[in-house]
Design a protein around this ligand. Structure first.
Ligand code: FMN
Length: 227
């Protein structure tokens, strides 16, 4: 019995130390959580604003988010929209578009579009394309992705929405033809979606964004694709 007492005391001490450590970690995390959430929101707002340069919106984009559901969105590869507004007037839309056919899998894009369907900016948000080849879609690596700015479904004509080597109007990335084609196709598909659904999208009511709780996104299902 007497030989077990120190062992027991050690065990109790260990449990107390572990409990105190867990409590400190939990309290620290709780204290930091709002700051982490706010930093994430600011980062998202900054990424979103980058594809709407010079648009004079006054709402919090992060809280003007719509989840896009239904066949039309799925076909186009778009899953989220953010509506930029000044007061109640919609000025533009940001679409999150996914190119499923990059060289190394999915390429996630953000695309800023005016009411009239003109591209204001495109950025690659996530991808696993090869460093030195396909990663030239990153604005940090090259200006390639800037060539979409000012484009629309009319400019260039639909038949020219591909790389020059295929007879189109867009520069390809040297040694990364698959990546280039995938991004161009994804932007084109997103614009086709916007052409059909943009007006309804822009006028979808969104909960008041000022001081709104962080997750106010709504799900929106738009019409089935027309043949
Ligand atoms: C290691 C390695 C990495 C590659 N990474 C990419 C890439 O990120 N994007 C891409 O389009 N092609 C990549 N390629 C090249 C493609 O295989 C292909 O040759 C290229 O897209 C050019 O296509 P093209 O021959 O039709 O011009 C890579 C090739 C190798 C061997």
């Amino acid at each position: 019995m007497s030989t077990q007492a120190p062992l027991l005391r050690g065990l109790v001490a260990l449990v107390i130390v572990a409990a105190v450590a867990a409590l400190i970690v939990a309290l620290t995390w709780r204290a930091a959580a709002p700051r982490i959430a706010e930093n994430q929101r600011l980062l998202e707002q900054q990424q979103l604003a980058e594809v709407l340069p010079d648009v004079d919106f006054d709402n919090r984009l992060t809280e003007a988010r719509l989840s896009l559901e239904g066949a039309a969105a799925r076909t186009a590869g778009v899953d989220t929209a953010w509506i930029a507004r000044r007061g109640i007037e919609p000025l533009g839309v940001i679409l999150r578009a996914v190119a499923p056919d990059g060289y190394s899998g999915r390429i996630v894009l953000l695309l800023g579009v005016t009411q009239g369907g003109e591209v204001l900016g495109v950025r690659a948000l996530e991808h696993r394309e090869t460093p030195g080849l396909g990663d030239a879609i990153d604005i940090e690596r090259s200006d390639w992705i800037r060539q979409f700015t000012g484009r629309s479904l009319d400019e260039p004509a639909r038949a020219d929405w591909t790389i020059r080597r295929d007879g189109g109007a867009f520069d390809g990335i040297t040694g990364a033809t698959i990546t280039s084609r995938a991004v161009i196709r994804a932007v084109e598909r997103a614009l086709l979606y916007f052409e059909r659904e943009g007006a309804a999208l822009m006028h979808t009511p969104i909960p008041t964004d000022v001081d709104a709780p962080s997750d106010t996104s709504q799900s929106v299902e738009f019409s089935e694709p027309r043949p």
